[in-house]
Design a protein around this ligand. Structure first.
Ligand SMILES: Cc1ncc(COP(=O)(O)O)c(C=O)c1O
Length: 410
């Protein structure tokens, strides 16, 4: 079991106050706080090792390269990926753009279906929409049911056409928390078309659930460092090396080339072919420290802690008059991003008053407008938990909701 009080001591920011009150940080689905070990690893890198990577002949350049490549191996192990298929990007969003521009734009055409879902973050919607007009593929979406699950009948119907060439789905919703049965969905897609490619959005799942790309049956997995205790400025595209090898580059410049003449360019091997320019070196070092921190606790313990929080949180929220929790209520089927509505109140007003109580929640469309629309609203209030949150903080959330209701007299 996770010793949450000990964990909290590793996160300096959690000690601060907001509006004169102890901070209750319930916005980790947007970005997580960072343990001291991540901050130290990045500072140490800048204090002792900083140099540009690859091609350098001096000691520092070699050490920086070693730190960067060792981070790649650490991240690869964490999700059971081949390190050659681990591309460092700016964030999950850039990983999706890479796939859209390099894979979908060159592999899909008229008659092909790219199947996404109504549950996706804009990062897993807009990049496909950007390249669709050029290629003419059919962009379809699996609808979401009122209970916050994917509509599997609709999914089956589209898959049965045998035309789905790319299926992309989030492993865990950032709004309603749903954990999708990625493995089963991938198996169905492949049974109908054995050349289909499966892309998984792991931005919310990788920080919270033990992840094995092979077990998920994913060809590509996209996630961000900053939601899993790491720094901003680094994300990951983990993919099958054979697919990456066959794909054209996304961005051009230094690092990604093998040879350049004024007439043309040949490209570096993977993953470097997809890492144009100076990469996020200190950020990779920080991300590796974050992975080490999570691995040290154990992802099973992280998940168990969050399930325990959900077991308290969902009934506590549902017991408040006028509050509706969106998405699955069974903790086994969901992660710790909990969206809710308070009858008669706008999420932005709720978020503002809760902030005055020291409780940081997010209000808005959470970059998932099509999903939020299915909830019959333009916005929700979202409390999202992580390994450093406590059951006391759930009480603080409930108290802040009551304070908000009192303030607006609803
Ligand atoms: C499910 C999901 N996918 C993708 C993203 C995009 O992540 P980033 O903004 O770090 O690129 C997010 C961020 O909130 C997310 O929650």
């Amino acid at each position: 079991m996770l010793d949450v009080e000990r964990v909290r001591k590793d996160f300096p920011l959690l000690e601060r106050q907001v509006h004169g009150r102890r901070l209750v940080y319930l916005d980790s689905a947007a970005t997580s706080q960072k343990p001291q070990s991540v901050l130290d690893a990045m500072t140490r890198y800048y204090e002792t090792t900083n140099a540009n990577v690859h091609r350098g002949v001096h000691a520092l350049a070699e050490e920086a390269t070693e730190a960067y490549e060792s981070a790649r191996n650490t991240v690869a192990r964490f999700v059971c990926a081949d390190p050659r298929g681990v591309v460092f990007t700016k964030n999950a969003t850039e990983a999706f753009n890479l796939l859209a521009y390099s894979w979908a734009r060159t592999r899909l055409g008229e008659g092909d279906i790219l199947l996404s879902t109504q549950m996706e973050h804009h990062a897993n919607l807009v990049p496909w929409q950007l390249v669709q007009p050029e290629t003419g593929f059919d962009l379809r979406y699996v609808p979401m049911t009122a209970g916050g699950l994917l509509d599997l009948d609709e999914f089956d119907a589209v898959v049965a056409t045998g035309r789905v060439k790319l299926f992309t789905v989030t492993a865990m919703s950032n709004v309603v928390g749903t954990i999708n049965p990625v493995r089963e969905l991938a198996a169905k897609v492949r049974a109908a078309n054995r050349d289909a490619v499966v892309v998984v959005d792991g931005a919310q799942s990788v920080p919270h659930l033990g992840t094995d790309m092979v077990d998920l049956d994913a060809d590509f997995l996209c996630f961000s460092g900053h939601k899993m205790l790491g720094p901003t400025g680094i994300g990951v595209l983990a993919g099958r090396p054979d697919l990456l090898e066959a794909m054209p580059p996304f961005l051009g410049g230094g690092e990604m080339i093998s040879n350049v003449t004024l007439e043309g360019t040949t490209y570096n091997e993977i993953p470097y072919k997809f890492e144009a320019g100076t990469p996020p070196i200190a950020e990779a070092v920080g991300l590796a420290a974050a992975v080490d921190y999570l691995s040290g606790l154990g992802m099973d313990a992280v998940r168990a802690h969050e399930v325990e929080l959900l077991q308290t949180c969902i009934p506590a929220l549902e017991a408040v008059e006028g509050v509706t929790v969106h998405g699955p209520t069974d903790p086994a089927r969901r992660g710790a991003a909990v969206s809710f509505a308070i009858e008669g109140l706008h999420p932005h007003d709720i978020g503002t008053i809760m902030d005055r109580e020291g409780v940081a929640v997010r209000a808005g469309h959470h970059c998932a407008k099509p999903l939020v629309r299915t909830l019959g609203s333009a916005a929700t209030t979202r409390a999202s938990f992580y390994l450093y949150n406590t059951t006391d903080e759930i009480q603080a959330l409930v108290d802040a909701i009551e304070a908000t209701k009192n303030f607006f007299k609803v």
